[in-house]
Design a protein around this ligand. Structure first.
Ligand code: FRU
Length: 524
């Protein structure tokens, strides 16, 4: 090495050390930014790294991987030209962000839809040894929409031969052209063993339509359901149709999920369902009455995973943890929206009615620090009582509580989560009205929308023992009552973390027989 080389070496060394120090400065600044910007970022729910997200899409399990696609607009934190974002998990809890799977094209934006494994290669896109994954989605054509046309939406497909890493759109899309309904979207496909065909259900404004196919490319219209059933306070969107075994029996019933916006149980977006029978051609509901998957205001567009192995047997549901009433203006800056926790759906008969119950997937135990569950002694509650949190972080926690009421149930009782500024959310039950209430009227930042504040209600006939499983994650709370017989999912924007939990009982006392608190680890 001569002198000239040494000089080059010194300059190179100086440049490297300058770059390193400026990089570490940048990193410190990035960390600071993260702390301030990401105040409301959930730590154990799926969120996009940046930009806008709405509905979960194309949820399919294949070769050890749960795929989650989602409505995504990478260029802004508000809704825009829709892509399918993509993430993969091997355990439903930890997610790896993947490159965007589907981009808009000349036929339109890529709206919501589903994905299946075409095991028998009925589409011919793959081989029997390497079956294709098929995504079935809606094309939404913005030019036709702008011009006031009707045939704005049609259904298209795409396939992947490399475990969902890359996608090829079918060259003769659409596979289902518009039928004259301006709202004509969100196809959801299942393989129907009984008729040995594919069935597809989609939303057409105020009803769902059912189709069948041998090959996922040619579809025949079968029937419609719903124009005269269920809730009609808004447009029907994102349906899902699947069989569930009735708990404790050998009977199977079909569940039809239909999202609706507005017209949800507490305003804005909501997820209704019907129970009935399906023969591959026609869905017949046992009742035209609507039931709701979740009574909170922040669980929308939820549908279930396809192709979960038979040995596992679960029907796993995931929703978008927001509401179109205010989703685009919530006070997060780098990204908007999170998904709910994945939930197992089961069907039970309660007081002669079928109820779809939701419980968080058991994989949540992987991030729940059960080494040190904090267990309070049984407590008699009369008036108010602050609970000892034993140092757990209430803002990122999982709480299991059990209440027992005497014959004289208290008029009302519940829980208040509060921060040092007095901002709070309150969850309570009234034995007089037979309703649960979630009150976010004092929850902190609410100024972004006049539709956000409020007290949400859910009718419920409580037993003398009430079980609550509550997940708190930064700016969200999911409350599962009595093993998921009733669920409320709510978001809120308290400007400081919750540090205080109070139980109250008005009227007769009640006993808190169990209160077990654990920290939940971050998944990122
Ligand atoms: C539901 C929805 C769907 C549509 C998508 C567009 O939230 O309106 O009906 O496909 O969002 O992003």
């Amino acid at each position: 090495m001569n002198l000239k080389h040494l000089n080059y070496f010194a300059v190179f060394f100086l440049l490297i050390s300058w770059a390193c120090s400026s990089n570490s400065k940048k990193q410190v600044i990035a960390e600071q930014d993260k702390a301030s910007i990401e105040q409301y970022r959930p730590q154990y729910h799926f969120t996009p790294d940046s930009a806008w997200m709405n509905d979960p899409n194309g949820m399919v399990y294949y070769e050890g991987e749960y795929h989650l696609f989602y409505q995504y607009y990478p260029d802004s934190t508000v809704w825009g030209p829709m892509h399918w974002g993509h993430a993969i998990s091997t355990d439903l809890v930890h997610w790896e962000h993947m490159p965007i799977a589907l981009y808009p094209d000349s036929l339109g934006y890529i709206f919501s839809g589903s994905a299946v494994v075409d095991w028998k290669n009925t589409s011919g896109f793959g081989t029997a040894e390497n079956p294709p994954l098929i995504a079935i989605f809606t094309y939404h054509n913005p030019e036709i929409a702008e011009a006031g046309g009707v045939d704005v939406e049609s259904q298209g497909i795409a396939y992947s031969l490399d475990k969902g890493r890359s996608w090829t759109k079918y060259d003769t899309n659409p596979v289902i052209p518009n039928d004259g309904n301006r709202d004509f979207r969100d196809p959801n496909v299942i393989w129907n063993e009984e008729i040995q065909k594919w069935n597809l259900v989609l939303s057409a404004h105020d009803h769902v339509q059912i189709y069948s196919s041998d090959n996922l490319k040619q579809w025949s219209y079968e029937s419609s359901f719903g124009a005269d059933a269920g809730a009609h306070g808004g447009v029907w969107e994102c349906p899902d149709l699947f069989p569930l075994q009735v708990e404790g029996t050998d009977d199977t019933k079909w569940v039809l999920i239909v999202n609706i916006n507005p017209g949800g149980p507490n305003g804005g977006s909501g997820t209704q369902y019907f129970i009935g029978d399906f023969d591959g051609h026609q869905f017949t509901a046992d009742s035209k009455e609507t039931s709701w998957i979740d009574y909170g205001r922040d669980n929308y567009a939820g549908v279930t995973w396809s192709d979960v192995p038979k040995e596992d047997g679960r029907r796993i549901f995931l929703g978008w943890m927001s509401n179109w009433d205010y989703a685009q203006v919530v006070p997060t800056e780098k990204w908007r929206s999170a998904m709910t926790l994945p939930r197992v759906l089961s069907l039970a008969k309660v007081n002669d009615n079928y109820v779809v119950k939701s419980t968080p997937v058991k994989e949540m135990d992987l991030i729940t620090d059960r080494k040190l569950p904090v267990q309070n002694e049984a407590l008699e509650i009369s008036g108010e009582r602050e609970l000892d949190l034993h140092g757990i972080n209430l803002n990122q926690s999982r709480l299991s509580l059990e209440f027992e009421t005497s014959e004289n149930a208290p008029e009302s009782f519940g829980l208040v989560f509060e921060n040092e500024l007095g901002e709070n959310v309150k969850f309570s039950y009234s034995s007089v009205d037979k309703q649960f209430y979630f009150d976010r009227n004092h929850s902190g930042d609410m100024g972004f929308s006049d539709k956000f504040a409020g007290i949400d209600k859910a009718s419920y006939e409580a037993y003398s023992q009430i079980k609550l499983e509550i997940f708190v994650d930064a700016a969200s709370m999911e409350i599962f009552v009595d093993d998921g017989e009733l669920v409320m999912t709510e978001i809120f924007f308290s400007t400081k973390p919750f540090t205080k939990l109070t139980v109250f009982s008005n009227g007769s006392p009640l006993t808190l027989t169990k209160s077990e608190f654990v920290d939940v680890n971050s998944i990122w």
